[in-house]
Design a protein around this ligand. Structure first.
Ligand code: ADE
Ligand code: ZN
Length: 326
């Protein structure tokens, strides 16, 4: 079977996906026109041409600018439905969506507007495509822990609709330990915990995410390869890594896909998954991440099957929900 067909037919979960990072320029411009929002670019083409990133921060600056087009409940719904349609075509049976409420509440958008639009899309996607989903609230780590607590306070009335919390945005200089109290509180509330670590930041941030935040999964985590003891720990504990190969190349974590360390991590026995991160910005949704990585690193079909299975095992669902996929 051809690789493309094989990959799309593999049941898989997507566990590292920022819903704001699925905003394609076409939809961005439609929403901006609908909402009377001015964008920093004149056209769809000019927007895509600006997607030439030098590092994480150069991407985040554009990503936050684009998110300004999202204003109403229906905008968040449209955004998420467009993602689910693509995910379904890629063989995704379950998706755990990150969302960044602070990006929106800082612009005067109500927390409930964001959550309601996303949640309605999750329900519709289940009805239309049979895709299961979870919503994970990410705290912006360039902001203070105090501001994180304020975001949590806004989320409190809605906790039944949120499955977990994460930590994203500018990594360097913002270690996981900065958010120790906030994540302790989230754990007390029964929320699942994940964190971006070891994307641009050092391996010590991965250890902190595990030890201090008690992260159940590490988002990215590729810099673990620099620390043999940490590699052994991750292999032993089987804490999943949500690796995003196309993102890592576009943000220059690795110069080329052929130089990505995903196969090294996999061969060392780590529980590696493949995800798209911000697919509208990085040139591909999850199936393209599988396919391009397989071609660049010589992954076998057995490797791809293992990775897809890892993603299903690492999802925040109970074993009864997981069983039909495995
Ligand atoms: N927010 C959206 N994408 C991100 C990434 N790759 N790293 C950190 N924060 C993000
Ligand atoms: Zn991410």
């Amino acid at each position: 079977m051809e690789l493309d067909t094989y990959v799309r037919a593999l049941p898989k979960a997507e566990l590292h996906l920022h819903i704001e990072g699925t905003l394609e320029p076409e939809l961005m411009f439609r929403l901006a026109a609908r909402n009377g929002v001015a964008l920093p670019w004149a056209s769809v083409e000019e927007t895509r041409a600006a997607y030439d990133f030098t590092d994480l921060q150069s991407f985040l600056d554009l990503y936050y600018a684009g998110a300004a087009a999202l204003v109403h409940e229906h905008d968040f719904f449209d955004l998420a439905m467009a993602y689910f349609a693509r995910a379904h075509a890629d063989g995704v049976v379950h998706a755990e969506l990150f969302f960044d409420p602070q990006t929106h509440t800082a612009r005067g958008i109500a927390f409930d507007t964001v959550l309601s639009g996303l949640e309605r899309a999750c329900r519709d996607a289940h009805a239309r495509y049979g895709i299961g989903s979870r919503l994970i609230l990410c705290f912006l780590r360039h902001l203070s822990e105090e501001e994180g607590f304020a975001a949590l306070a806004q989320a409190m009335p809605h906790l039944g609709r949120i499955h977990g919390v994460g930590l994203d945005s500018s990594e360097k200089g913002h270690p996981p330990s900065k958010f120790a109290r906030l994540f302790a509180r989230c754990r007390e509330l029964g929320l699942h915990v994940v964190a971006h670590a070891g994307e641009e930041g050092p391996p010590a941030y991965i250890a902190e995410a595990l030890d201090v935040l008690k992260a159940e999964r590490i988002d990215h985590g590729v810099r673990a390869a620099e620390d043999p003891a940490l590699m052994q720990r991750l292999a032993h504990t089987q804490v999943p890594l949500t690796v995003c190969p196309l993102s890592n190349v576009r943000l220059r974590v690795f110069p080329t896909l052929a130089q990505h360390n995903l196969k090294t991590l996999l061969d060392a026995g780590l529980k590696v998954t493949i995800n798209s991160d911000d697919p509208a910005y990085f040139g591909g949704y999850v199936a393209k991440n599988y396919i391009d990585t397989a071609k660049a690193l010589g992954l076998t079909k057995a490797d791809l099957k293992r990775i897809a299975r890892n993603s299903l095992e690492a999802a925040f669902v109970d074993d009864a929900a997981r069983a039909p996929w495995l």
